[in-house]
Design a protein around this ligand. Sequence first.
Ligand code: ADP
Length: 172
Amino acid sequence: MNVIKADIITLQVDAIVNAANSTLLGGGGVDGAIHLAAGPELLQECRALGGCPTGEAKITRGYNLPAKYVIHAVGPIWQGGNARESQLLASCYRRCLEIAMENNVKTIAFPSISTGVYGYPKEEAAEIVIATCRDFMQKTNAALEVTFCCFSDHDLRIYRELLGAAGARETG
Ligand code: ADP
């Protein structure tokens, strides 16, 4: 598992993950950036998907993006912590990893789902994300390179600290 600071739309990976909303019809933040970069065909494909429940994910092509696929995941809106937010956030990441494996994805990059407009506290989210991905990778022995794509120095610090070590690279 790697961590970098980047704009996710620039990444040359098999799949990037979108922090979408349940309509899958686009929004602000990373969702807006991905739709803008991918082009209007992405919205067309998303329209046919009929939305997506919170904690779930759906895959599309990447169109004009360098990434071959976009996996659209719907994270929970933070409501204080007692509305199953942690389970729903973990479920999002797990579903993305499962869908990645089903589609022969070898490299995947995640944004920090739910920590923007949806208000999930960043440290708490990162802890859940790392534990969930680590657990998945160990259980499945997946040949999948997972990158956490941070958009700010603050996020980068959080992920680096939690992953341990300055380079923050884990293999296997
Ligand atoms: P949500 O509604 O799930 O909170 P947001 O898009 O508002 O989604 O924010 C999710 C995270 O994505 C935030 O940490 C935000 O800083 C980050 N982000 C926004 N734009 C980009 C981008 N182009 N690349 C990577 N991360 C981004």
